[in-house]
Design a protein around this ligand. Structure first.
Ligand SMILES: CSCC[C@H](NC=O)C(=O)N[C@@H](CC(C)C)C(=O)N[C@@H](Cc1ccccc1)C(=O)O
Length: 663
């Protein structure tokens, strides 16, 4: 039989869509979710869909050139709210399930996010960015483009963020809107950022999170607070000793569950845990102290951005535990954490669960899942019968014509004899007896994890005839706390060796042509790519994206530079510049002779473009190897995952062309 299927292309990205944020209706008969795709103009659209679990029909509730998100059912299931930019900025909208007309509820000057219904269904809590002195009711005036100021006075260290741009005079505040009258009550104020958690079952309290420390520039702790909705004194639940998020009340209102970690030594290089506060007793306890697994979805892919809204801890009806997503050895699944600290895996498998919604009455759930061959779909799981049913196949038609490569899992010996997990993607159309060039791909973070999820870039390289090798060196999530912390203070040490051992491992296979190797990575993966080509000429070509080459300048220009390098490099430029320089690939530039493609977003505030500029200039000046520098105007650090679609496709095309030319 002839194979009529083709390999994936960069432009296929324009067709790939994914569902997210499934939300079951209170009666469990239907679910709403968000579907994100690109339109004919190559712009993102996301719409709210309704899936009936009774007749398996799927109906679009919203449409048009807009970004709709955060669909949430009212407690009685008669209404839905969602966030949409259909009137300009992201505002809260409301829909009666039996009607087709939407009503805009908020009109905040800078948009809103994260709506949560009150238990009586009369109000919705939400978060909004506000300048000092601005109110949520001043409305449309500010809906026009803000004029660029003639000057900006910077008087704090956290004044810019890769995500939100210049945040020097805006803070995130929490408010409540009455959906009948539209009246808005702002619950928080001041120069602190707050986030909405959940309502107490009696509707009197709102659990929120905030860093309200004296000096948030150097005190990074995020606490949980209970705020009385009708006014009055707040209750502080945590003790300013960690970063805590997503508090949810138990059904009886006596406990709060939340996700977080203690910040004594590590802010980034540590795994998230489940915590429970007993509100009457005033105690806070870590439930998963002995469970060496990261709570949350740590999987890195290139279809969605990391940190997509996930449900946090979802209490069981009997209050004896909670369901969470956790990440282990390249997979993320759903786990039940019991109050006694024991943990049961509820949904496993070699895949990436990135969202779920639970029906306690029926003991069933709907989850959003990606795997190596699927960017994302929804599944229904009946836990009574342990049966699973696929609800969507959003890329079915497109993928029918495409031949994908299925990754093979490997475990190999890294530095110090450590066991390291990775995957090999053979070229599409692989034939025994032939040899192929291979590309080593390195993930960012470094605290994230490659795994059983879809990676368009890897499939594209496999379709172009490359073996793709991707592994989780020390520093990655998925293998316990010691593994996560093992790269700190040792960037370019044993993490580098773990990666080189992967290359040694795959070069044993007859089908790998070890004279034709390439290496690529973004962010920390870009740092490591630069480091690798500074060690010698093992690779024929390299592609470094949004990378770091100089920790000394990174310290002062990245939005997180001054505290990220303190923890990860374990140095700063004024006390130990030698160590900062020691771990900087720019130090090794005299050794760099590998043809290098440098790509960087011009509005990247995480790893600012000056990093790419330094590397480019020094390499060009030396003139020992081809180097090309592609700048992406307006692009931030997330460009390869959620940036401008045409820039994403260009980035992939430049990558393929570079490897095709030099490997
Ligand atoms: C959990 S580690 C902290 C990662 C940090 N994120 C946040 O505050 C981050 O942005 N890391 C960069 C490198 C660093 C600036 C030197 C990075 O490698 N980013 C990754 C994406 C990523 C973001 C958050 C968590 C994991 C990975 C990338 O751009 O691919």
């Amino acid at each position: 039989m002839t194979d009529t299927k083709r390999g994936i292309t960069a432009e296929d990205l324009y067709q790939i869509c994914y569902p997210s944020e499934p939300q079951l209706s209170p009666d469990g008969t239907k679910a709403v979710f968000v579907e994100t795709k690109m339109d004919e103009l190559r712009q993102y659209q996301s719409h709210i869909y309704l899936y009936s679990l009774e007749d398996n029909s799927k109906t679009a509730l919203t449409s048009g050139p807009f970004r709709d998100s955060f669909p949430r059912w009212s407690p009685d299931g008669s209404k839905l709210c969602f966030v949409s930019n259909r009137s300009g900025k992201a505002q809260l909208w409301h829909l009666d399930v039996n009607e087709t007309e939407f009503k805009q509820i908020t009109n905040g000057p800078n948009g809103i996010s994260s709506p949560v219904w009150s238990p009586d269904g009369r109000s919705i809590a939400f978060a909004a960015f506000l300048r000092t002195g601005q109110t949520l009711t001043e409305g449309t005036e500010e809906l026009t483009e803000e004029a660029t100021p003639k000057s900006i006075t910077v008087d704090k260290m956290k004044y810019k963020s890769d995500d939100s741009g210049f945040v020097y005079e805006k803070n995130k505040q929490v408010a409540v809107v009455n959906i009948e009258t539209g009246s808005v009550t702002q619950l928080t104020e001041g120069t602190y950022d707050h986030a909405v958690g959940s309502w107490s079952p009696d509707g009197k309290w709102l659990a929120i999170t905030a860093n309200r420390s004296v000096n948030p520039d150097i005190q990074h702790e995020i606490d949980i607070y209970l705020v009385p909705v009708e006014g009055g004194e707040w209750k502080k639940i945590t003790n300013s000793d960690g970063t805590y998020a997503m508090p949810t009340f138990s059904k009886d209102g006596k406990k709060l569950a939340f996700i977080g970690s203690v910040a004594d030594q590590h802010l980034y290089a540590t795994m998230k845990k489940i915590w429970v506060a007993e509100l009457d007793a005033g105690t806070v306890q870590c439930l998963t102290a002995d469970w060496d697994v990261h709570v949350g979805d740590a999987t890195i892919g290139d279809v969605r951005s990391p940190g997509h809204p996930n449900p946090g801890a979802v209490w069981t009806t009997d209050g004896q535990g909670m369901y969470v997503i956790a990440s282990e050895k390249g997979s993320s699944g759903i786990y039940l954490v019991h109050l006694d600290g024991s943990v049961t895996k509820v949904v496993g498998g070699e895949r990436n669960v990135y969202g779920f919604t639970f029906d306690n009455e029926k003991n069933s759930l709907v989850m959003a899942v990606s795997d190596s061959l699927t960017p994302g779909d929804l599944f229904h799981v009946d836990l009574n019968t342990e049966t699973e049913k696929r609800l969507t196949d959003v890329n079915g038609e497109l993928f029918q014509e495409i031949r994908l490569s299925t990754p093979e899992e490997i475990w190999y010996e890294g530095a110090e004899g450590w066991n390291i997990q990775g995957w090999i993607l053979k070229p599409v159309g692989f034939q025994e007896g032939n040899t192929y060039p291979a590309i080593l791909q390195i993930h960012g973070g470094p605290h994230s994890m490659y795994g059983h999820t879809f990676f368009h870039e890897f499939q594209l390289l496999a379709a172009q005839g490359y073996v793709v090798v991707y592994t989780n060196p020390r520093g990655s999530y998925g293998y316990g706390e010691r593994f996560v912390q093992a790269c700190c203070g040792d960037y370019g040490g044993n993490d580098y060796k773990d990666l080189m051992h992967a290359v040694d491992y795959v070069c044993q296979f007859d089908y790998v042509d070890e004279t034709r190797l390439g290496v690529a990575g973004g962010s920390y993966g870009g740092f490591m790519t630069n480091w690798i080509i500074g060690q010698g000429n093992r690779f024929k070509a390299a592609v470094t994206d949004r990378s770091i080459c100089n920790w000394i300048s990174f310290y002062g220009v990245s939005d997180i530079g001054y505290y990220f390098s303190a923890e990860e490099i374990q140095a700063n430029p004024f006390e130990n510049p030698e160590k900062m320089w020691h771990h900087s690939p720019l130090r090794l530039v005299a050794n760099m002779e590998t043809p290098l493609l440098i790509m960087h977003g011009e509005r990247d505030y995480r790893c600012p473009i000056e990093q790419a500029e330094q590397l480019y200039m020094t390499l060009r000046h030396r003139g020992k190897a081809p180097v090309s520098f592609i700048r992406f105007p307006g692009a931030n650090h997330e460009m390869s995952r959620s940036g401008d679609p045409e820039q994403r496709v260009l980035r992939l095309q430049y990558t393929v062309d570079w490897f095709n030319q030099y490997v």
